[in-house]
Design a protein around this ligand. Structure first.
Ligand SMILES: CC(C)(CO)[C@@H](O)C(=O)NCCC(=O)O
Ligand code: NA
Length: 608
């Protein structure tokens, strides 16, 4: 697009953007100067484990709802119809399972880093492998998050690209470093509200300018944008009910069940019940976020259906077109373009701040502290702050690398979650559900899972880039039906490995998770499965016990190879002696009165 056609910002828009940054820094400053003044790692990394469920839940949504979703989802709906909306079905199991399986196990172990679990259950090596995988995932993802809003804005408004990247990265680094997790959580709350407000403003103005709700609806129907449930079982079909509703559950589990960014928030809740409640509260807000993005895509379609926009946009992607639409709608309403810019950057800031803090936590807890067991608390806090800051700089470097990639941003993000997040999920599942899995199996499983996932991931990029579809010039040629025919042509031509590469990225998480579990179990049996008495108490979730709960007790005992373990709160929870050789002291935690009161009924205590 040539600069003469750029949409412009007024002074008030820049002021609103500046206010967002200033308010975030102010919150950081407040938590730097109040409470314990961020002098302990407990406060800096865990918010003193004193958080209430409401801020925690808003913060949980904010972690993985970045500008990628705000721009990418409307672009997806615009180009391919509402099929993606069915990912909302995956939120049910994708949040219920973390709430009732992962949170109880992880919270009761009184961890700081989720990967500490892997040492308690397996060994130090597994823990370090898990940590490194997580660091890799978040560092790549962070780059996409910080680059996306800056890039889209630049394409449409000429907003200084690297200026925006630097402003986001540096401001976020500042408040994360001075205010710790409390500042991260409370800025998330504020930023989530701004995010919703910005999206709502675009929808309201967009609907009004397109001629009202009924007109939008008519055009959307005419353009065939409303997709019914697609029950096509073909796993190479990008978005169907199965890939989104079932594959999406694994994606959600890898994000909301075992990702440090989220686990850290659960652990910062003052009681286990508050943690579970916050997970439940994510459901309505996440549905709202999804609905707003999808509706925005529909309104955008109603607005441009049949019109040829390729001229104004040149060869830009649909992602940039979303920004074009927003500016087209809001341009002459003072302040609103600024509100949307604030919405985009809120989404980005809240995601990278979680990333900085969680990365600082795992680097400190999993990689540094074990080597310096006698490090003083003030020293550890200082190092954690330095780490949060260093990850901010790495984030800026990654933004530059993202700049060199292509593809739709939503797909890039979802592929990262699947390729790297799926194997980590597999590792935790292997540990929690299969008492016989041993450390060698876990490492081999993780290796196999990552290997296979990278192979498909890279293969898909190489395969697809040869036949990627250009931006459709008008709504008539992008009707869902035409698209399907075009796509099935590619699929039927592909054979062997090519077809394997075409696996929908929505299956990556589930596929790599199962690869880890199956490889892990095979290797464990070959190298001598773990004995029941060697497994650290409280690290197993008695899955088979639960699944066969309808059977009489005697029969159940025969079926389930292991007696469920006592959680570590009970008096006899001393770790088996061999665990102490790892240099890891078993978490000593006496539940406070409040915790004991609010303590959930131990679902698996009954059978001990
Ligand atoms: C993580 C999900 C799938 C949860 O709905 C969604 O927020 C999403 O598609 N996010 C894309 C990645 C991002 O927004 O950074
Ligand atoms: Na976010």
């Amino acid at each position: 697009m040539n600069p003469a056609q750029y949409k412009h910002f007024a002074v008030v828009d820049y002021v609103i953007f500046a206010l967002l940054l200033a308010a975030s820094v102010a919150i950081g400053l407040y938590y730097a100067l109040s409470g314990g003044r961020q002098r302990t790692t407990q406060e800096f990394l865990m918010a003193d484990r004193s958080m209430h469920c409401l801020p925690v839940s808003l913060s949980l949504i904010a972690s993985f709802q970045s500008a990628v979703a705000i721009i990418g989802v409307p672009a997806e709906i615009y180009a391919h119809g509402t099929q993606y909306w069915f990912i909302g079905c995956a939120y049910i199991l994708g949040l219920l399972i973390p709430a009732h399986v992962f949170i109880p196990v992880l919270y009761r172990l009184h961890l700081t880093s989720a990967y500490q679990y892997l040492e308690l259950r397996f060994s130090k090596t597994v823990r370090i492998c898990g940590t490194l995988t997580f660091i890799f995932q978040m560092v790549v993802y962070m780059g996409v998050c910080v680059y996306t809003p800056a890039f889209a804005l630049n394409a449409v408004t000429g907003f200084e690209l690297w200026g925006a990247v630097l402003a986001t990265g540096l401001v976020c680094m500042l408040y994360t470093t001075i205010g710790g997790l409390k500042a991260v959580i409370w800025t998330d709350v504020f930023q989530t509200v701004v995010m919703f407000a910005g999206q709502l403003a675009v929808i309201v103005v967009g609907v009004q300018r397109t001629g009202g709700v009924s007109e939008v609806w008519r055009k959307v129907l005419e353009g065939n944008r409303i997709s019914g449930v697609d029950l096509n079982p073909d796993p190479t079909e990008r978005h169907t009910f199965w890939t989104l509703g079932v594959g999406g559950v694994f994606l959600m589990l890898s994000l909301y069940g075992v990702n440090q960014a989220q686990v850290q928030r659960y652990l910062s809740a003052r009681t286990e019940r508050q943690a579970v409640r916050s997970c439940y509260m994510v459901f309505p807000s996440l549905q709202l976020a999804l609905a707003l993005s999808c509706i925005m895509g529909l309104v955008m379609f109603a607005r441009y259906c049949g019109e040829d926009r390729s001229e104004q946009l040149g060869s830009s992607s649909t992602d940039a077109m979303v920004l074009y639409f927003v500016m087209d709608m809001l341009q002459d309403l003072p302040g609103l373009p600024g509100l949307f810019v604030a919405c985009l950057f809120s989404a980005a800031l809240s995601t990278i701040s979680s990333a900085f803090n969680s990365l600082a936590t795992v680097t400190m807890e999993d990689l540094i502290k074990p080597h310096f067991p006698s490090m003083s608390e003030s020293r550890a806090t200082l190092v954690s702050k330095a780490l949060a800051m260093s990850y901010g700089l790495i984030c800026l470097a990654m933004a530059y690398l993202t700049h060199l990639m292509g593809d739709s941003v939503l797909q890039v993000a979802l592929k990262i979650f699947g390729v790297v997040g799926g194997p980590i999920l597999g590792l935790f599942c292997l540990g929690m559900f299969f008492p016989c899995a041993n450390s060698t199996g876990a490492v081999a499983g993780l290796g196999a899972g990552l290997g296979v996932a990278f192979w498909i991931g890279v293969g898909s990029i190489v395969t697809r880039s040869s036949g990627s579809e250009p931006l459709p010039p008008s709504c008539r040629v992008i009707l869902a039906s035409d698209n399907t025919t075009a796509f099935s042509n590619i699929t039927s031509r592909a054979s062997g490995l090519k077809r394997f590469y075409l696996l929908s990225y929505m299956w990556y998480s589930g596929f790599s998770c199962f690869t880890v579990i199956i490889t892990g179990l095979i290797i464990s049996f070959l190298t001598g499965p773990m004995k029941e008495e060697d497994v650290t108490p409280g690290t197993i979730y008695p899955l088979s016990e639960k699944l066969f709960c309808f059977l009489p007790e005697g029969m159940r005992k025969k079926l389930c190879c292991v007696t469920p373990q006592r959680p570590p709160f009970s008096a006899q929870s001393a770790p088996p002696p061999h665990k102490e050789r790892n240099g890891l002291s078993f978490p000593q935690h006496k539940p406070s009165q409040e915790e004991t009161d609010e303590f959930l009924p131990l679902e698996y205590e009954t059978s001990v």
